[in-house]
Design a protein around this ligand. Structure first.
Ligand code: HEC
Length: 183
């Protein structure tokens, strides 16, 4: 009886994944994330001697201290805005400690790259990735590489949370210091 129940659950999962095309963690997503990492190496945004910003206090799920950069990038022939967030830790770490030893405090690099129109038109065409400091991709608890339209099913993951950012652009930091409204 128990065996039957497990069999039924597995069959159910197969039907569910078969019906919906996978939107993250595919071989293509992983390769594209690799191209983005290379672009960041080439432009001095990651690796030894990477350009530094002024770390500011962050909150989960990103780090205790953060740096955010915006740049135009070309990735595999696609031009778009690349937003890079460096996530530093551990909790309670101070900005001057991060600046004294950035690579020793770097816990993850998370990015959003706006791909060509039609990539994920419902959600502004953002491609997401989360890397360990050495450039390998982080995975979710199910073992899926965090690259692509992560969280598109709105259950968990990058998009499910970033959809809540103001301005319908999926970006939080652009809302951090809103200018005074016009009178
Ligand atoms: C539970 C909510 C949540 C989840 C899940 C989340 N983020 Fe974020 N993200 C934020 C918040 C809040 C900020 C703004 C942090 C700040 O700089 O103060 C942010 C900022 C960013 C930024 C800088 C651009 C911006 O929005 O200002 C990038 C890039 C980013 N996140 C990537 C990712 C990636 C990649 C994932 C998935 C692996 C992810 N995020 C998952 C809440 C989330």
């Amino acid at each position: 009886m128990r065996v039957n129940l497990i069999g039924a659950t597995v069959a159910g999962c197969l039907v569910a994944t078969g019906a919906m095309a996978q939107t993250a963690g595919t071989d293509e997503d992983i390769a594209f994330a690799g191209e983005i990492w290379q672009e960041m190496v080439d432009t001095g945004m990651v690796g030894d001697g990477a350009i530094l910003g002024l770390p500011y206090m962050g909150a989960p799920p990103h780090g205790a201290m953060l740096e955010t950069f915006f740049m135009d990038a070309e990735v595999a022939g696609e031009e778009g805005l690349l937003v890079i967030k460096r996530n530093y830790g551990p909790m309670e770490v101070a900005a001057d400690e991060v600046l004294a030893d950035p690579s020793g405090h770097l816990e993850a690099v998370t990015i959003m790259f706006q791909r060509a129109e039609g990539y994920d038109s419902e959600h502004n065409d953002w491609f997401y990735a989360k890397y360990d400091p050495d450039g390998s991709l982080d995975t979710n608890p199910a073992g899926m590489a965090l690259a692509g339209a992560v969280g598109r099913n709105m259950e968990a993951g990058c998009i499910a949370c970033h959809v809540g950012a103001g301005g319908d652009d999926y970006l939080f930091t652009t809302d951090a210091y809103p200018p005074r409204a016009a009178e």
